[in-house]
Design a protein around this ligand. Structure first.
Ligand code: ADP
Ligand code: MG
Length: 437
């Protein structure tokens, strides 16, 4: 294949992966590069390790399916840090040792009255670590943006101070590593790892409760860093004094700097967050729907995001436009749970009824248009609405092999994109299928 051709195929694969899983689509997918595609393997290069991690955790399936659909072959997909693309992002070079979520930046954080102080103090600390608020302690209920803010500080500090050593980890991770160091007889190694950093960020320190030995270790780490003007940033679900059985000397140290609370977001902030999350996925959402979601979910931003995800999931599985109506149904969980349980038999029954043909016809070798089209539509819908493989779908329809199913899916998919008649027909069929559940 010519290089140009391979590049085109890669572009198609990325587009298809986005269509298969819009919820996990990010605008930075445009920065992905084809490293190699041959011998049944596809290597995709990303500018930094955080993106690799995000793709491996969330997008492996959609990229694998997309690659198989576009190339017609079984393809294994892997993501790696791409050294050429790395130079595009100044901070990317130094981030690999840090496990950060690429979405959690200041740019992607919506500021409102509920989090203004926490946000401002995080920005200040990221610009001048060790010199403003030390330690910085952020607290609030779950799902209000503590981890997001802490990671944003890390991103920003990396950007500003290229050579700074920054450690971000959950308190659970800190405790587990400490326990392992004891077991392996390497406490000195553990101590030097944490006491020599420029910025130490520990998420969810309420995890220290009732862990006496870890509290002791944490206390010494804290002192070592603090005495050297190194920045310490902590988060928890309650203020220092309210963390059960936390040693008094730790409580007092946690209060030495700035303690900032995050409250549940106001209605206006919730709307802005929903819009931001949609934008991040390269999607636009009309105000009416953003307002609806913001009214429906109050206390927790993670749930706000979950609501958006549910709506997109329903829209993709049913092939419908996102409307207020659809959003309402999705949030009531009706279509969503239905979409999960559609069987190939449901699809065949709806399609055979609609076209007035028999299952035996679909399974036969006949290729007349009146039989071939319903058969191909069954394959296409089964591919989109169930988790069956191409082989399994072929098996239900007269033992056809996977290339036949793939051909059918491509053909009907193309017709759906290009002809309003096919679009209307498929919408009608999907409706009938979901109503059966
Ligand atoms: P916590 O650590 O407090 O439990 P997270 O930081 O994990 O909460 O936030 C949960 C989700 O909500 C994340 O996806 C995060 O990006 C999002 N989020 C929270 N606050 C905001 C905000 N102000 N703007 C944009 N997204 C936010
Ligand atoms: Mg968190």
């Amino acid at each position: 294949m010519a290089a140009r051709e391979v590049e085109d195929i890669f572009a198609d694969i990325v587009e298809r992966a986005k269509a298969l899983d819009p919820v996990n689509t990010r605008r930075w997918f445009e920065e992905l590069r084809l490293l190699h595609l041959s011998g049944g393997s596809l290597a995709i290069g990303c500018p930094d390790a955080a993106m690799v991690e995000f793709l491996r955790d969330n997008c492996k399936n959609s990229f694998t399916r997309a690659a198989q659909q576009i190339t017609g072959h079984l393809v294994t997909v892997d993501f790696t840090v791409d050294h050429q693309a790395k130079s595009l992002r100044r901070w990317a070079r130094r981030v690999p040792e840090l496990k950060l979520h690429p979405d959690y930046t200041f740019d992607n954080f919506v500021v409102g009255p509920s989090n203004r102080l926490a946000h401002a103090s995080c920005v200040a600390v990221s610009q001048s670590p060790g010199n403003t608020y030390n330690p910085l302690f952020i607290y609030g209920n779950s799902g209000l943006g503590k981890t997001h803010l802490l990671q944003a500080v890390c991103f920003k500090a990396k950007q500003e101070f290229a050579n700074a050593v920054i450690q971000f980890l959950s308190c659970e991770d800190f405790v587990n590593r400490f326990i392992r160091a004891i077991q392996e007889g390497n406490v000195a190694g553990f101590q030097s790892q944490f006491r020599t950093v420029d910025t130490l960020v520990i998420d969810d320190v309420q995890f220290l409760r009732e862990r006496e030995q870890s509290q002791e270790e944490f206390f010494h780490t804290f002192n070592a860093l603090y005495n050297n003007n190194k920045q310490i940033i902590l988060s928890a679900d309650s203020p220092p004094g309210k963390i059960p059985s936390l040693e008094e000397r730790l409580i007092s140290r946690f209060n030495w700097g700035l303690v900032a609370r995050i409250d549940p977001p106001s209605y206006e902030t919730r709307i802005a967050i929903v819009q931001k999350k949609a934008h991040l996925r390269g999607l636009s959402l009309c105000d009416e729907i953003a307002e609806y979601i913001a009214r429906k979910v109050h206390a927790n931003i993670r749930e706000l995001e979950g609501a958006l995800t549910a709506i997109y999931a329903v829209a993709t599985t049913t092939g419908k436009q996102i409307t207020l109506e659809l959003s309402k149904t999705a949030l009531e969980g009706q279509i969503e749970s239905a979409a999960r349980h559609i069987s190939i038999t449901d699809i065949i029954e709806v399609v055979t009824n609609h076209f007035d043909v028999r299952l035996a016809d679909l399974q036969s070798k006949r290729r007349t248009q009146s039989i071939a089209e319903p058969r191909q539509i069954c394959m296409y819908l089964a591919r989109n609405l169930t988790k069956h493989s191409l082989e399994e779908i072929g098996g239900h329809l007269g033992g056809r092999d996977h290339t036949t199913v793939m051909h059918a899916c491509n053909k009907i998919g193309e017709a759906e994109r290009s002809t309003p008649k096919m679009r209307a027909l498929l919408m009608e069929l999907r409706e009938q299928i979901t109503q059966r559940i």
